[in-house]
Design a protein around this ligand. Structure first.
Ligand code: NAP
Length: 290
């Protein structure tokens, strides 16, 4: 129990289903404690059938903000009074700010992804990038690529090709970018597509704890030296995909920076305070590696 809990303590939380895998309570409670702020962050397991009531409860109880995770990131949009520009383009939210009863939806995954890709912008601009996956995080990745990186082409690879096609037409319309190619997992020509990509970004959940022996790509021969391989997964800190990529000399980046910076952006929206990102990254990395 936090020492600072008293009648001025403000409530933050996470809604999703399931939520027990989330590191957000740890991150936000440690950050709040480090800064001496009067916030507590709690996880709420909310199935889709209770989403509407959970939102009503949030407003009724004056909860300052929520993170939103699977499966509500898209379905919750309709309950917002307002959306940030990014959230409305991406079409999914992971953060809600309760501004005196008016709910504003944000997508801070985009901020975490930008921060992670920042050191690589020069090497990616004007080159081909391959995105594996077509869920909520793939949407945020594609938004960041089009808006900030401007690759010559974005290859979208997904198990369910139709979902990748939906994303292609969505972003072609929303962001007027049409340099997409869509692939199902895994036609033979994908080998060359992957080799020719300046970056391969995994936005699927394949390889995530506890299925740590799985990998969305199983052949190391698709990776090339100095190619960026960015896996949004942060648990484990080194997925099988990243190990395969490193074995061929690729630059392997995990999802910890994205995790911490998306949390930092949400934290700032709720509290107006900057999260101590370096300290939080150290805590999370140590925690995940024990
Ligand atoms: P999501 O919306 O549920 O999408 C999951 C994606 O993974 C879909 O494209 C799905 O393909 C694919 N997939 C799932 N199981 C598969 C399998 N067995 N074989 C092939 N493809 C499979 O999830 P999300 O929100 O985008 O999250 C994806 C991953 O990113 C998760 O591991 C999550 O933890 C991670 N993430 C990390 C951060 C961070 O801060 N680092 C932020 C957001 C997400 P289908 O379309 O065919 O179902």
């Amino acid at each position: 129990m936090k020492n600072s809990l008293h009648n001025n303590t403000k409530l933050l939380g996470l809604i999703g289903h399931p939520i027990k895998q989330s590191y957000s309570p740890l991150i936000h409670n440690i950050a709040s404690e480090m800064l001496g702020l009067e916030y507590i962050y709690l996880p709420f397991d909310v199935p889709s059938s209770s989403l509407k009531n959970a939102i009503k409860g949030m407003v009724a109880l004056g909860i300052k903000g929520f993170n939103v995770t699977i499966p509500h990131k898209e379905s919750i949009l309709g309950y917002m009074n307002n959306l940030s520009e990014e959230a409305s383009i991406i079409g999914s939210i992971n953060t809600i700010v309760n501004d005196m009863g008016k709910l504003v939806g944000y997508n801070t995954d985009a901020a975490g992804i930008i921060e992670t890709l920042l050191p690589f912008i020069e090497s990616l601009t004007g080159n081909e990038v391959t995105v594996l996956g077509s869920g909520g995080s793939a949407r945020a990745v594609i938004y960041v690529l089009i808006r900030y990186i401007k690759p010559s082409r974005i290859n979208i690879v997904n198990r369910t090709e139709q979902r990748a096609e939906t994303i292609r037409s969505y972003f072609s319309e929303k962001m007027k970018y049409d340099q997409f190619k869509v692939y199902e997992l895994f036609p033979p020509e994908l080998l060359d597509v992957l080799k020719n990509s300046a970056a391969i970004i995994n936005a699927t959940s394949v390889g995530m704890f506890p299925e740590i022996d799985d990998s969305i790509i199983t052949q190391s021969s698709v990776f090339v030296k100095e190619q960026l391989v960015f896996d949004l997964i942060y648990n484990p800190t080194k997925t099988k995909l990243l190990k395969l990529a490193e074995s061929e000399g690729a630059i392997a980046v995990n999802g910890i920076k994205t995790l911490v910076y998306q949390a930092a952006k949400s934290f700032e929206l709720w509290t107006n305070h900057e999260m101590p990102v370096d300290k939080i990254s150290d805590v999370i990395t140590a925690y995940l590696n024990t």
